[in-house]
Design a binder for this molecule. Structure first.
Ligand SMILES: *[C@@H]1O[C@H](CO)[C@@H](O)[C@H](O)[C@H]1NC(C)=O
Ligand SMILES: *[C@@H]1O[C@H](CO)[C@@H](O)[C@H](O)[C@H]1NC(C)=O
Ligand SMILES: *[C@@H]1O[C@H](CO)[C@@H](O)[C@H](O)[C@H]1NC(C)=O
Ligand SMILES: *[C@@H]1O[C@H](CO)[C@@H](O)[C@H](O)[C@H]1NC(C)=O
Ligand SMILES: *[C@@H]1O[C@H](CO)[C@@H](O)[C@H](O)[C@H]1NC(C)=O
Ligand SMILES: *[C@@H]1O[C@H](CO)[C@@H](O)[C@H](O)[C@H]1NC(C)=O
Ligand SMILES: *[C@@H]1O[C@H](CO)[C@@H](O)[C@H](O)[C@H]1NC(C)=O
Length: 914
């Protein structure tokens, strides 16, 4: 139930790509190559603003300074220029290393670079070359043995002229945006021993020509979009020592022939869709030190043969569907440093042999079914342990043994959902904690004063307890590195305890009993990214100074409080807010026009306030706005037609109900809301934010998932969407004073699930064109002045679960086929002219008789209420990250159990590893 969890990174792989300096060169250089180099210099810009690693590391932006036109003997000899290397015998330029040199410019087909045909070694990694694609002229450099173009924002396909580079030993095109399939030219490059195409957008299968790459020792295809199975010729690539196919879309079993690759020291198949069991032949990889199979769909037990892997240092099996007991022989893998078995279905106790893993630094057992008595003494001998995550299991924690020994000083500790009723005593000696997760326990009372010992604390999660408050405000000022506090769902009282720390980015304090006003001290937290104070008793005005934070703030959630006054302005031109929820307060005044600066805004909910304004057509320029809820305010006037066609392009949920809008329905807007035409029902992901919170390098990232939520009121039912399906589409214009007819254009919004136009002054016929709304699940036209018959075409709406045309002036017979068999009389009452089932009034005359209904399901006249028919499904999902209630519309949504978990993490974070 803890919302936050940890992902371990090894180290940022980019660092491994750092250039090594070129060795000094003495020979005289050739005039044509000198002028080619000078032409190259002229075509490029150089400066700190172009450094690839703006923050992490500064590049060397003075590399081209020594490349001079006519200055003395030394200046003329290009062999002495920085980054240039010449062949000692011939004087030809044989090496060029301009890696991480803060260069900007274009390298196209006519670049003088391709005149340097004697190049053997070319390294241009991590610059800002906007060669949109790799020019085919690269094939001119046929003597190349080493070519490194990583990190240059290259796009387009890999040109087939690479096939000319038959001498290549090492090729690195990683960290670009290359597309298309991997060409088969590599079949020509027999000597290749290192190939790195990681972090591109390559598609298709691993080409069969790779079977010719028998010299390959390092193959990295991580983070692409490759599909298919691991081809069987891999069994012959026996020189492979490092194979990384992680983060693709590979399927099938992990082939047992991988056990043949006896030189492997690192194997990464993580973040794919591998199924079935881990083959026992994996135990043949006796040299392996890193085995990463996380985030697949593997089942079964950990094979016994894994105990043969006596060199293992890093074992990652998390986020699969592995079962069984943790084998006690795990304790024989004495070199293990990282053991990550989180998010599986292992059961039973932690084997005591784990205490033999004396080099273990990280143990992650998050979210399994592990149980039994847990004695912390078993970790005392793990002197190097830094991170211990036991959250979301079924352990019974025993008190600490009474010895001189104690837990090593940890940096991360996760004990979420461990039935703790008080803060464990040993925490008092864990001064070095940077991450502590005690969420979803039963801890009550105040946060103790001794929490001030956590001077390195970066992220503290105490959500889902019964904590009432803080000792004094003096606890936090000692925490100089605090990034985030999660205290959601407690019983905190008193004022919001602002921590005036410049470092703090995340405040999650919703669902407490905080009262009083928000101190404007909040505005001293200059890095604030999330302020979540929803569902408290806070009052007063929202501090105007929050607008100064809008360049860092991404989420502002203050709903369900008692805030008064106006909505603050968001003046900054760099507003980064993506989510603003101020609903259910007592805010008044107009909508601040400065909201139009918040170009990232995806959700705006101001519902249930006292805002007085006209329709905010000026928000039409917010190209990312998906959800706009202005329900129950004092908005008034007609909705004018938009000036352009390209307004609200992403809008999928709009709720303007319970206001005082008047005039015609905005028919041209119905044409503009293009997102609602999409019939994308493929995914099961939810709208929200996935925030990555970096801890120290050794510890990795915390991923804090935050789902968007909203409330929609329909037929008096309050529907709480604690999660919003990514493609849910809703128009609610009910309870206004709209007049005129329903425009036909609404029939083009094929993706729509819910349309509510009830309680208006609409007239005319119900347009048959509504049958275009093929996804519609709820249609409410009640309490208007519609006349004429119910069009037969509506019976084509096979997803329709709720249908209400009561209290209009409709006449004629009621359609009685398909879905319409399921609607009872409450859908139709208050229309004097309607007749036939399910109403008791018979239709007069043989011509008017409704088609007979099938006998079954025809017996609920008068018995069912609309609520009974209103088949909202409540789906409980026990995600690893929390038990969450999602309410989705009843039909048409296939909740496949298969990879809910995987989808949950569909909003994937960027991930790097060595
Ligand atoms: C391939 O290399 C040869 C020299 O080895 C060169 O003449 C030819 O132009 C190159 N082909 C391409 C397509 O670059
Ligand atoms: C492998 O190399 C041989 C010899 O160069 C070549 O004939 C063959 O086509 C290559 N195979 C593939 C699949 O590229
Ligand atoms: C590889 O593993 C399998 C299954 O564990 C075993 O039968 C086979 O003998 C092993 N092969 C080698 C070459 O060690
Ligand atoms: C533990 O780590 C240290 C330092 O990295 C190393 O020297 C030692 O050999 C390791 N011990 C084991 C059992 O792997
Ligand atoms: C505690 O953290 C400090 C600062 O990071 C470090 O210098 C010290 O070695 C740590 N102590 C232990 C026992 O790990
Ligand atoms: C609709 O208009 C009538 C008459 O002008 C007015 O009395 C009523 O309050 C309006 N209703 C809404 C919801 O604005
Ligand atoms: C895990 O296995 C169970 C039982 O076989 C199955 O119901 C569930 O869908 C699987 N989950 C995943 C994520 O594969």
């Amino acid at each position: 139930m803890a919302k936050s969890f940890i992902v371990f990174m090894y180290m940022i792989s980019l660092l491994l790509h750092l250039p090594t300096g070129a060795s000094p060169a003495t020979p005289r250089c050739h005039e044509d190559e000198r002028s080619a180099l000078l032409d190259l210099k002229r075509s490029l810009k150089e400066g700190p603003e172009y450094c690839y690693f703006q923050i992490l590391l500064r590049g060397n932006y003075r590399k081209l300074e020594s490349w001079k036109l006519e200055e003395g003997q030394e200046g003329r000899n290009c062999c002495s220029w920085s980054g240039v290397q010449c062949d000692e015998r011939t004087g030809h330029v044989s090496g060029l290393d301009l890696s991480n040199a803060c260069l900007y410019g274009s390298i196209n087909s006519s670049s003088s670079l391709f005149r340097l045909v004697h190049l053997e070694n070319l390294k241009l990694t991590f610059n800002n070359f906007s060669f949109s694609s790799i020019p085919p002229e690269i094939g001119h450099l046929s003597r190349l043995t080493v070519l490194k173009l990583a990190g240059n924002v290259l796009t387009g396909e890999i040109p087939s002229s690479f096939g000319n580079l038959t001498r290549l030993l090492s090729l690195d095109l990683s960290v670009n945006q290359l597309t298309g399939q991997i060409p088969s030219f590599l079949g020509n490059i027999h000597q290749l021993s290192e190939l790195d195409l990681a972090d591109n957008k390559l598609t298709g299968q691993v080409p069969s020509s790779f079977q010719n790459l028998t010299q390959l020792s390092r193959l990295n295809l991580n983070q692409n979009q490759l599909t298919g199975q691991i081809p069987s010729f891999f069994r012959t690539l026996t020189r492979l020592s490092d194979l990384d196919l992680g983060d693709n879309r590979l399927t099938g079993q992990i082939p047992s022939f991988l056990g043949n690759l006896s030189q492997l020291s690192a194997l990464d198949l993580s973040f794919n869709q591998f199924t079935d069991q881990i083959p026992s032949s994996i135990g043949n990889l006796t040299r392996i030190s890193t085995l990463d199979l996380k985030h697949n769909q593997l089942i079964g037990q950990i094979p016994d043969s894994i105990m043969n892997l006596q060199k293992l240092r890093y074992l990652y099996l998390s986020s699969n569907n592995l079962t069984g007991l943790l084998p006690s022989q795990l304790g024989s893998l004495i070199h293990l440093e990282y053991l990550d078995l989180s998010s599986n279905r292992f059961h039973g106790p932690i084997p005591s042999s784990i205490s033999h893993l004396s080099n273990l630094t990280n143990l992650d057992l998050y979210s399994n079914n592990l149980n039994g008595n847990l004695q912390f003494g078993m970790f005392y001998r793990l002197k190097r342990l830094q991170s211990l995550i036991l959250s979301l299991n079924e352990f019974s924690l025993l008190p600490e043994p009474n010895t001189n020994e104690s837990l090593p000083m940890l940096m991360s500790l996760g004990l979420a959902s461990c039935n703790l009723s008080e803060f464990p005593d040993f925490l008092r000696r864990q001064n070095n904690l940077t991450f502590l997760d005690l969420s979803y326990n039963n801890i009550s009372g105040q946060i103790p004063k001794w929490f001030s010992i956590f001077v390195y604390m970066m992220f503290l999660n105490l959500s889902g307890n019964s904590l009432t408050g803080f000792p004094q405000q003096s606890v936090f000022p000692d925490w100089k590195q605090l990034l985030g506090l999660d205290l959601r769902s407690n019983q905190l009282q008193g004022p919001f305890p602002v921590v005036p720390l410049a470092t703090t980015q995340f405040y999650f304090f919703s669902e407490n009993r905080l009262s009083g006003t928000i101190s404007s001290m909040i505005c001293n937290t200059s890095n604030l990214r999330v302020l979540d104070l929803a569902k408290n008793n806070l009052s007063g005005v929202i501090p105007q100074c929050l607008s100064n934070l809008s360049s860092t703030l991404t989420m502002l959630s203050l709903h369900d409080n008692n805030f008064k006054g106006g909505i603050p302005e968001f003046q900054s031109s760099t507003c980064s807010l993506r989510m603003i929820d101020l609903s259910s307060n007592q805010l008044e005044g107009p909508l601040p026009r400065s909201l139009a600066n918040c170009r990232e805004l995806a959700l705006l909910n101001i519902g249930n306030n006292m805002i007085e304004d006209t329709f905010p057509s000026w928000m039409g320029s917010l190209a990312n706005l998906r959800i706009l809820i202005l329900r129950s305010n004092r908005l008034y006037g007609p909705i004018m037609e938009p000036q352009s066609d390209s307004v609200f392009p992403m809008l999928q949920i709009i709720d303007l109900s319970h206001n005082a809008f008047e005039g015609f329905l905005p028919s041209k807007y119905f044409q503009c809301w293009k997102a609602m035409r999409a019939l994308n029902i493929s995914g099961l992901s939810y709208l929200g934010e996935s925030m990555t919170i970096p801890l120290t390098w050794l510890q990795g990232l915390i991923i804090e998932d935050y789902d968007y939520s909203m409330t929609i009121i329909n037929k008096g039912m309050v529907l709480n969407y604690d999660k919003i399906l990514e493609y849910l589409m809703v128009i609610d214009l009910s309870s206004n004073n709209f007049t005129g007819e329903i425009p036909k254009s609404i029939g083009s919004l094929e993706g729509l699930h819910l349309l509510n136009l009830s309680h208006n002054l609409l007239i005319g016929h119900i347009p048959p064109a509504l049958n275009g709304l093929t996804n519609l699940e709820a249609l409410d036209l009640s309490h208007n002045n519609f006349s004429g018959e119910i069009p037969q075409q509506l019976t084509e709406l096979t997803s329709l679960t709720v249908f209400d045309v009561s209290y209009n002036r409709l006449s004629g017979s009621i359609p009685r086929v398909k879905q319409f068999n399921t609607f009872d009389n409450s859908s139709y009452k208050g229309n004097a002219g309607l007749c036939g089932e399910p109403l008791s009034k018979k239709c007069a005359g043989p011509d008017n008789v409704a088609p007979p209904a099938p006998a079954a399901g025809d017996d609920h006249e008068g018995s069912n209420t609309l609520l009974d028919n209103f088949d909202w499904k409540i789906i409980l999902m026990g995600f690893a990250s929390g038990l969450v209630i999602g309410v989705v519309l009843g039909q048409g949504i296939n909740i496949g159990g298969d990879n809910l978990f995987v989808r949950k993490f569909g909003r994937r974070y960027r991930r790097r590893r060595a």
